[in-house]
Design a protein around this ligand. Structure first.
Ligand code: ARG
Ligand code: ZN
Length: 471
């Protein structure tokens, strides 16, 4: 009997898939269909992240020696294969890998650039859940971003700090280093007694043995790798709670304890309360801040590390000015809970956080919103490119992303009116809570939520390549 044409066509993909998996089943080396891609497909950072799996949990078990700068231990990456995998990549920069095991069985591995390629003893089936455990050691590298910022691993006089936006996380643990793959974290780190290790999430346990202290930090809500931090050193730790009962854990290097920073940190409960009014309920189980002390010239930047933003104290200027604290705290909703799908969507973080700074200034009796908007509009650097289209990886933290990004919200409020605009501002983080969102998700959401055609607004303010005649 002859198969009808439709049935023959339907069988074709089945036959093809079968052939591919057969040829890939043995060594799995040659067939690209059983290799996870070396990048997540980001236009601006093509090598960041990887294909073929989705991480659900990172378990870091580390030990640090401040005198030598050596970090050693292991990272267990638990993931689900999204395709058949004879091999897959993790992102890792520098360090020496001693061994890799998948599902407890030794795996072979190789390294090229920032890619660690792992070949499990047997290929992983699509849908399989697996844990890849990487044992490694070395002095982690300080990386220079495309924009010239220093990040990854920065040594301090008594310890070190880890900063990862955009790609610094791979300097201290092997990972799927792209914002689209968020996961829970457990970080256990051993340091000499007297030093404190601070990270994201909540402190699950502290133990002491043999002259060392072990800190176990747990982040249960999904976190992007760029938001993971670790700060080791002498810190003054204060633990308290907001009036609403949210636990606060703040660690300040005494050398960065300037009066302006201290005054700003005291206002964390008030800032969180005010931002909850803007963006809806605070998304995480704790808050606080980390204020480090970096030798001058070492770089570093303030970063919205999940739960607990990071501030680079230096000799001289205040470590955590109030406006910066307000900015980083707002990222807990826009950035950390709702994370950009790709790096070109970063204006969804920075435009929103800048707009929040403007609102805060007006709320505090400083510059009015119109004054802040006019200053951004008048800044020629803000018009170099449309906010959602940074031309290169060096541009993701440039003025158009921050200032012109904030102007998109300013215009949206003008068009929608206060009532609809502020309802939208609360609905947006709820829509993508603990997930990812792209620029297209945002514009589609605005259309759906308001029932209005906002195409002309977005065409001019979000996508337009030329500066409008007036604000
Ligand atoms: N997200 C940080 C902030 O604006 C900035 C990170 C800058 N990173 C960089 N590599 N330039 O709060
Ligand atoms: Zn920011």
């Amino acid at each position: 009997r002859r198969w009808p044409r439709a049935a023959r066509l339907a069988l074709l993909p089945l036959l093809l898939t079968c052939c591919l998996s057969c040829t890939g089943g043995g060594s799995g080396g040659a067939d690209p269909s059983v290799a996870g891609a070396p990048g997540a497909g980001d236009r601006l950072f093509p090598e960041a992240g990887n294909g073929g799996y989705d991480v659900t949990h990172y378990g870091l078990d580390l030990s640090y020696d401040p005198a030598s700068g050596r970090l050693s231990g292991s990272t267990a990456v638990t993931a689900t294969a999204t395709q058949r995998l004879a091999r897959f990549d993790l992102d890792l920069s520098g360090l020496t890998v001693a061994s890799v095991a998948v599902g407890g069985r030794p795996a072979t591995f190789s390294r090229a650039g920032d890619e660690l390629t792992v070949r499990p003893a047997r290929p992983l089936a699509r849908g399989a859940r697996f844990t890849a455990t990487v044992a490694y050691a070395g002095v982690p590298a300080t990386l220079t971003d495309p924009d010239g910022s220093k990040e990854g691993w920065l040594r301090t006089s008594d310890g070190a700090v880890a900063l990862g936006e955009p790609v610094g996380a791979m300097a201290w643990f092997p990972c799927d280093n792209h914002p689209s793959d968020k996961a829970a974290f457990d970080l256990t780190v051993s340091v000499p007694n007297g030093l404190t290790a601070v990270s994201n999430g909540e402190l699950a346990a502290t133990t002491r043995a043999g002259g060392r202290s072990v800190f176990h930090w747990r982040t249960s809500r999904p976190m992007a790798t760029y938001l993971a931090t670790l700060a080791i050193g002498h810190f003054t730790v204060s633990r308290s709670a907001t009036p609403g009962g949210l636990p606060l854990y703040t660690a300040v290097d005494p050398r960065s304890d300037d009066p302006e920073t201290a005054a700003a940190l005291r206002r964390i409960p008030e800032i969180l309360d005010w931002e909850s009014g803007l963006f809806g309920p605070y998304p995480f189980a704790s808050s606080g801040a980390i204020v480090a002390h970096l030798p001058s010239g070492e770089g570093g930047y303030a970063l919205e590390t999940q739960n607990r933003p990071f501030f680079p104290g230096a000799d001289g200027p205040p470590a955590a000015p109030l406006s910066t604290l307000v900015h980083e705290m707002s990222h807990q909703w826009v950035g950390d809970s709702v994370t950009p799908r790709s790096w070109q969507d970063i204006w969804l973080n920075e435009g929103f956080a800048t707009y929040t700074e403007w609102l805060w200034a007006a709320h505090e009796g400083g510059d009015s919103l119109d004054t802040s908007a006019a200053a951004a509009f008048g800044d020629s650097a803000a018009w170099a490119f449309p906010p959602a289209s940074p031309p290169t990886a060096a541009d993701v933290f440039a003025p158009p992303v921050y200032r012109r990004g904030a102007l998109v919200l300013y215009e949206l409020r003008r068009t929608l009116g206060d009532s609809t605009f502020f309802r939208l501002l609360r609905a947006w983080p709820a829509e993508h809570r603990y997930g990812n969102a792209s620029t297209a998700d945002f514009t589609a959401f605005c259309h759906r939520f308001t029932g209005r055609d906002l195409t002309p607004l977005f065409r001019t303010w979000l996508y337009g390549t030329s500066k409008p005649a007036q604000l």
